[in-house]
Design a protein. Structure first.
Length: 274
């Protein structure tokens, strides 16, 4: 078995459509793949068809944006029922927030004589959700920056053109949507938030009553000492351990599909509940 329980397609900010993504997963000998696009389940039907074609088990997933004490967090929902009304209502909320943010971003760029509207709209298409990487790509296409890194240094972030502060739903609400859809709520990339260990524990203690089930213990960029620390926390709090690459693009060698380190066998893997 080889699991990758976190990746993106063209339905959010990934480069590959579901079919190409599943083909790559097959090449990498992945047996179980969760497609976890940002704030959308729209890619899951195509992904299911492609998975069947390639003999891979698709785990239906999502990565929902949310906040805790004003801090942006990402919550994975794994094994979701993507027809759940409560989940779909939540997804519609986040999609609307993203569309409103994109509009404010267009206006902010236009104030600085940069017109990204057509490029972003075309990239996103009718079924996708607008994300900052679409704006980064538009800036690259217009020759304003040379790569996404530069786009995220000079634009799109706090204090720069194109930054629009967001108020995402509360983490407890988002965990509730996932649970209502019979999915497992798993905190994505816990090290990304740069919390101290004690702050991470406060977050875990706040998420447990809401129904969180696990932590993403292993990603390709999680250090061995961090993997150990996160694994310890899953044991201490009776949580499940997940692993995923957060794959977006073959241009990002630090997040290769299937590239997360195997979980140690003293942890309870999230797939024990699938
Ligand atoms: P959003 O959820 O629309 O605010 O966009 C966040 C996404 O931007 C993340 O999921 C990453 O995929 C991407 N991202 C953030 N920082 C960078 C960066 N420095 N370079 C490339 N992509 C980035
Ligand atoms: Mn992303
Ligand atoms: Mn994320
Ligand atoms: Mn992700």
């Amino acid at each position: 078995m080889k699991y990758d329980l976190h990746c993106h397609s063209t339905f959010s900010d990934g480069d590959l459509n579901p079919d190409a993504l599943l083909a790559l997963a097959a090449e990498r000998d992945i047996t179980h793949l969760a497609l976890t696009d940002h704030d959308t389940v729209s890619g899951l039907d195509e992904a299911a068809q492609a998975a069947a074609k390639h003999g891979i088990t698709l785990v239906k997933g999502i990565e929902l944006s949310c906040e805790w004490n004003g801090q942006l967090l990402h919550m994975l929902g794994l094994g979701i029922d993507d027809t759940s009304d409560q989940l779909l209502e939540g997804v519609a909320t986040n999609r609307r927030l993203r569309i409103e943010r994109a509009e404010s971003m267009f206006i902010d760029f236009e104030r600085h004589d940069i017109d990204l509207r057509d490029s972003v709209t075309q990239q996103v298409g009718e079924r996708g959700v607008p994300t900052r990487p679409h704006f980064a790509q538009a800036l690259i296409d217009q020759g304003i920056v040379k790569d996404k890194n530069q786009a995220f240094r000079h634009y799109l972030v706090r204090g720069k053109v194109g930054f629009v502060p967001m108020q995402w739903p509360e983490v407890s609400d988002v965990i509730g949507w996932i649970s209502a859809a019979k999915g497992l709520a798993v905190l994505a990339h816990p090290m990304r938030y740069k919390f101290t260990r004690s702050k991470l524990i406060r977050l875990i203690e706040a998420m447990i009553p809401a129904g969180v089930r696990g932590l993403e213990v292993s990603t390709p960029i999680t250090r061995p000492s961090e993997i150990d620390m996160l694994g310890q926390l899953t044991k201490q709090f009776g949580l499940l351990a997940s692993m995923g690459s957060d794959f977006h693009s073959q241009q990002q060698p630090w997040a290769k599909l299937g590239g997360a380190t195997e979980l140690k066998d003293d942890l309870t893997p999230v797939w024990s509940e699938f």
